[in-house]
Design a protein around this ligand. Structure first.
Ligand code: PHE
Length: 455
């Protein structure tokens, strides 16, 4: 019994509740906004295949490792890593992984909030009938007029940060859990509706299925492989401690392997549905698959503008997207907040205000990178692109790499086996093999390959 820590911290109310909040963290802009546009930019099928492989052989074992480490430490990520390392007689400096994670969460949230703000702006445009009968050109203009205006972007970014920090300040168990129970099923229904609309485009739907699912490896670059792996981490919320800290609130008797598979499955399904909703519209309207971050904002309005009840459905859809982003945003900042609360002894409220303000400020870089600062380039990327690249393609996979090393080599097998409590020896051994060898080697190869060290 760990009575000493239980008194301090909440635990999730059930297995189902954990699946929902972790899925709430996983499913967000990554699935609906980012996955389609990066799949589009990287040529489709082959990229999607690599992404799916990364989910299966890296994402799932890493997620199990994070939940396991989190539950076994039962504290914020920094303390958890430190105390486990100490217990195993290893260097407590392993906690630096948690610091990288906290930083990654800050940076990701800084641009995540700007994009979520755009979705929020779209709620009003959709309900207000702006998309009625809109053409592809019209939809592009609507998006451009939003991103060209730093004041508007800033205002929506501010609103999103305020609602995120308000919930974060209250603690994640109350509110979040209940909200997500309604939200997730509703999101799936809306996506199915959009896929249904897209399916009506006939040949274009087939073309989209082809684009997403028949791999053409000549279109896959090294950079594309890194992006696919990075996205596997991003979409499953791995490599920065969000899932680890959620795992720290997980009751003992719940099977980590089963919940992980359920979360990864739901997350992947939602991303693929988003792709199937969007690409038929891209092809039907002769748009480019290369549209980048504006892709969903420039395609979905066309669907809503032409379907019966589109004004209502469009509004509902963007509301759901904002909610999905909201529950992910809260998890992005949770490692920082739990550290501030547990180690600096400040209230959750103060922790949320402080962390939230810092993130908000950092978000200005992204706000400006769409307009006044669109020509501020570093390494050939805008500031938004740079922050995204740095976090999703580098910091998260690196964090994941260290997590696998920590779970596979620093934690003793006795500890990891006890915590995972997998009945089948074969399943435990397979997991161990994946975290000890397969994931770290795969991540390293992809990194080395990008640096050009592997030919
Ligand atoms: N998984 C979230 C998404 O796909 C983003 C996220 C990344 C959340 C990392 C937490 C940690 O939108």
């Amino acid at each position: 019994m760990n009575t000493e820590k239980k008194s301090l911290r909440d635990v999730w109310s059930s297995r189902w509740a954990f699946i929902l909040v972790a899925t709430g963290s996983a499913v967000g802009l990554g699935n609906i906004w980012k996955f389609p546009y990066i799949a589009g930019e990287n040529g489709g099928g082959a990229f999607v295949l690599v992404y799916l492989l990364c989910i299966a052989i890296i994402g799932i074992p890493v997620m199990m490792a994070e939940i396991m480490v989190g539950r076994s430490g039962k504290q914020n990520t920094v303390n958890t890593l430190k105390s486990i390392a100490k217990k195993e007689g290893r260097d407590p400096a392993w906690r630096f992984i948690a610091w990288v994670g906290v930083a990654a969460g800050f940076i990701i949230l800084s641009y995540y909030s700007v994009i979520a703000g755009e979705a929020l702006a779209y709620v009003f445009r959709a309900f207000g009938g702006t998309f009625e009968g809109v053409t592809a050109d019209g939809a592009q203009n609507i998006y451009k007029s939003l991103t060209d205006d730093p004041e508007r972007l800033l205002a929506w970014h501010t609103v999103f940060m305020v609602i995120t920090m308000t919930v974060a300040a209250r603690g994640i168990k109350n509110g979040l859990e209940k909200l997500i129970k309604v939200l997730m099923p509703a999101l799936v229904v809306m996506l199915l509706l959009l896929v249904g609309f897209a399916a009506n485009t006939g040949e274009y739907f087939t073309q989209a299925v082809d684009f997403l699912f028949s791999p053409d490896f000549s279109k896959l670059t090294r950079a594309g492989v890194l992006t696919a792996m990075g996205h596997a981490f991003f979409t499953l919320s791995l490599g920065m401690g969000a899932i680890m800290v959620y795992g720290s609130y997980l009751p003992k008797d719940i099977s980590i392997a089963k919940v992980t598979v359920a979360i990864a499955f739901a997350d992947t399904l939602i991303a693929l549905l988003a792709g199937l909703a969007i690409f038929p519209l891209v092809f039907a309207n002769d748009l480019s698959t290369n549209a980048g971050p504006g892709l969903i904002f420039e395609t979905l309005p066309i669907a809503f503008g032409h379907m019966a009840g589109g004004q209502l459905f469009g509004g509902i859809f963007f509301v759901l997207l904002v909610f999905a982003a909201w529950s992910s945003a809260i998890s992005l900042i949770e490692p920082a907040i739990s550290w501030l609360v547990e180690n600096k002894q400040i209230s959750r409220r103060r922790a949320s205000v402080t962390a939230g303000f810092a993130v908000w400020l950092l978000g200005l870089l992204t706000v400006f990178s769409f307009n006044v600062g669109s020509h501020w380039l570093l390494f050939g990327m805008t500031l938004f692109e740079l922050l995204d690249y740095l976090t999703a393609n580098i910091m998260l996979p690196l964090g994941g790499l260290f997590v696998t090393l920590f779970a596979g080599w620093i934690m003793s097998q006795k500890s990891s086996r006890g915590e995972l409590a997998i009945k089948s020896d074969f399943v435990y051994r397979s997991w161990l093999f994946l975290v000890r060898y397969v994931s770290p080697v795969a991540i390293s190869i992809i990194f080395l390959n990008i640096i050009g060290l592997l030919g």
